[in-house]
Design a protein around this ligand. Structure first.
Ligand code: AP5
Length: 218
């Protein structure tokens, strides 16, 4: 893998987290999910969490300066020395310009962007059916990828939880935010020649295999 930074782009429920976890494991680099960091802050009721909670519950984006600060700090940690994956970041043009500047200042080249494309009608079922292990973060789906025992993680027996923003009303708002604020990044990265479209309608294992093959050569 040549690029220092990988960016996973895609609509809510496209499979960014599912694929980023696999690619991170394969290449031994960290997966940095701004959504996971924000949810953790909300759970711990930190200042960041208290500031982000209302926006997340409404399905709106958290302000650029907040998420850019999170990413700048996290990517400075030692485990990012050999590269990192940004999952769910950037999501606005201002965030994308921030990443470009940050990588240039650190002499880390351009990011490689993987855009996961999924038919819109599948996304709602993926989101309402998602369950996540409270212990290890493994992602399941009650329709497409159910655990062996309902409500329990196959890997460590942890309880499976449903995200607070995975209800239909909030999902509609998240789609709107994606179309208005994030979808323009497809053209932004196409213009830089770093966008790789990924067919996200296939089985998760087949998508991961294709991604690893592509990144091993890229
Ligand atoms: P975030 O947590 O990033 O949510 P999201 O972008 O809406 O994306 P999701 O995590 O819902 O979906 P995913 O693409 O990761 O899908 P997954 O792999 O889980 O952000 C949440 C909130 O935080 C935002 O709304 C915002 O408020 C805030 N925020 C975060 N980042 C921000 C930023 N940069 N700027 C501002 N605000 C920010 O898969 C979904 C389901 O589908 C799972 O059940 C999975 O098992 C299933 N599935 C996955 N792949 C497949 C497949 N190939 N076939 C069948 N099922 C599949």
């Amino acid at each position: 893998m040549r690029a220092h930074a990988l960016i996973f782009l895609g609509a809510p429920g496209a499979g960014k987290g599912t694929q980023a976890r696999e690619v991170a494991k394969h290449f031994g680099i960290p997966q940095i999910s701004t959504g996971d960091i924000l949810r953790d802050a909300v759970k711990k009721q930190t200042t960041l969490g208290l500031a982000a909670k209302a926006k997340m519950e409404a399905g709106e984006l958290v302000p650029d300066e907040v998420v850019c600060g999170i990413v700048e700090e996290r990517t400075n940690e030692a485990d990012c020395r050999n590269g990192f994956i940004l999952d769910g970041f950037p999501r606005t043009t201002a965030q994308a310009q921030f990443v470009d500047r940050m990588l240039a200042e650190r002499d880390q080249g351009r990011a490689q962007v993987l855009d996961i494309e999924v038919d819109e009608e599948l996304l709602l079922k993926r989101l309402t059916g998602r369950r996540t292990c409270a212990v290890c973060g493994e992602i399941y789906n009650i329709y497409f990828n159910p655990p062996k025992v309902e409500g329990i993680c196959d890997k460590d027996g942890g309880k499976l939880l449903q995200r607070a923003d995975d209800n239909e009303a909030t999902i509609r708002q998240r789609f709107e935010a994606y179309h208005k604020q994030t979808a323009p990044l497809i053209e932004y990265y196409q213009a830089q020649g770093v966008l790789f479209p990924v067919d996200g309608n296939k089985q998760p294992e087949a998508i991961a295999k294709g991604l690893v093959e592509f990144l091993s050569k890229a």
